[in-house]
Design a protein around this ligand. Structure first.
Ligand SMILES: NC(=O)C1=CN([C@@H]2O[C@H](COP(=O)(O)OP(=O)(O)OC[C@H]3O[C@@H](n4cnc5c(N)ncnc54)[C@H](OP(=O)(O)O)[C@@H]3O)[C@@H](O)[C@H]2O)C=CC1
Ligand SMILES: Nc1nc2c(c(=O)[nH]1)N=C([C@H](O)[C@@H](O)CO)CN2
Length: 237
């Protein structure tokens, strides 16, 4: 009998894409969600990764995604809630809508998807099932310019505790909390230098360290309700 697929939301680029490709290397069937169609998706499809278009900025979009996943597979091995919008707080005109947007993407989507797809995780042929929430070190300290983003990620981390208790022992639920892992295309050298200096390790490691954390959680049968920091000692500086 074939393995149950692993679902990664926001898997078209950067950390999510890297982990999707490593999961395929390890023999897992993978489904990813993406918001914007683009050429890079064809390379993932060529690896056998199934792709689902989804926009989590509305409840209707979240519910449509859930319905599509239920049509695609009767079981799931794991769900990785990676989709995220790193948006600043913005001005008076847009900050209310931005807060609601980030709440939907970082909290409402994982909340509704986990509850709606719980039975697919429980029906998996594997003995273990996992939910992993991608959070952010910034939950520990807040942010002057990304307060809504940080608050929505804090809410996501709290959902880890609730779902870990509710879904045990069949499903393990954990958080991975990165600090700077990858720079963005528009980050200049000055930003990169300042960003490196923020962690004790003084590096920008790339997505491999997130893959290591994800592989550890998927392989460990006795870890749930935790937050795994992957932050280079960001709290030490
Ligand atoms: N990169 C880093 O250094 C750090 C990352 N993290 C966290 O790790 C995770 C991965 O980070 P990274 O790879 O940089 O993430 P990205 O910023 O590249 O975003 C990942 C994906 O999320 C999707 N997405 C954004 N908004 C929506 C939406 N409204 N509905 C559906 N999908 C959406 C995007 O899809 P599309 O491209 O198709 O629009 C994008 O491909 C995130 O949760 C992030 O918060 C935390 C700390 C540091
Ligand atoms: N969805 C995202 N969240 C975050 C990102 C990102 O690129 N996408 N990046 C960070 C970095 O730590 C920040 O320093 C910007 O590069 C935080 N969250």
């Amino acid at each position: 009998m074939s393995q149950s697929p692993i679902l990664i939301t926001g898997g078209a680029q950067r950390l999510g894409r890297y982990c999707a490709e490593r999961l395929v290397d390890d023999g897992h069937p993978v489904i990813i969600s993406y918001r914007r169609e683009r050429e890079e998706l064809d390379a993932l499809r060529a690896l056998g990764i199934r792709t689902v278009q989804a926009d989590f900025s509305s409840e209707a979009g979240i519910q449509a995604f859930i319905a599509t996943i239920r049509e695609m597979t009767p079981t799931l091995r794991a769900i990785v809630h990676n989709a995220s919008d790193w948006a600043a707080d913005g001005g008076a005109e847009e900050r209310g809508e931005m807060f609601e947007h980030l709440f939907r993407v970082h909290m409402q989507a994982p909340y509704l998807i986990n509850l709606a797809l719980r039975d697919l995780l429980e029906a998996g042929i594997e003995t273990q099932a996992d939910i992993i929430h991608m959070s952010d070190f910034v939950v520990q300290k807040g942010s002057r310019k990304h307060a809504a983003y940080a608050a929505s990620k804090a809410g996501l981390e709290n959902l880890t505790l609730s779902f870990a208790a509710l879904f045990a022992p069949r499903i393990q639920v954990n958080t991975i909390a990165p600090a700077l892992i990858m720079l963005r295309p528009d980050d200049d050298d000055d930003y990169a230098e300042r960003a490196r200096a923020k962690s004790a390790m003084q590096s920008v490691p790339g997505p491999g360290v997130i893959w290591q954390a994800l592989r550890y959680l998927l392989d460990s049968p006795y870890v749930t309700g935790t937050t795994l920091p992957v932050d280079g000692g960001r709290h030490l500086t």
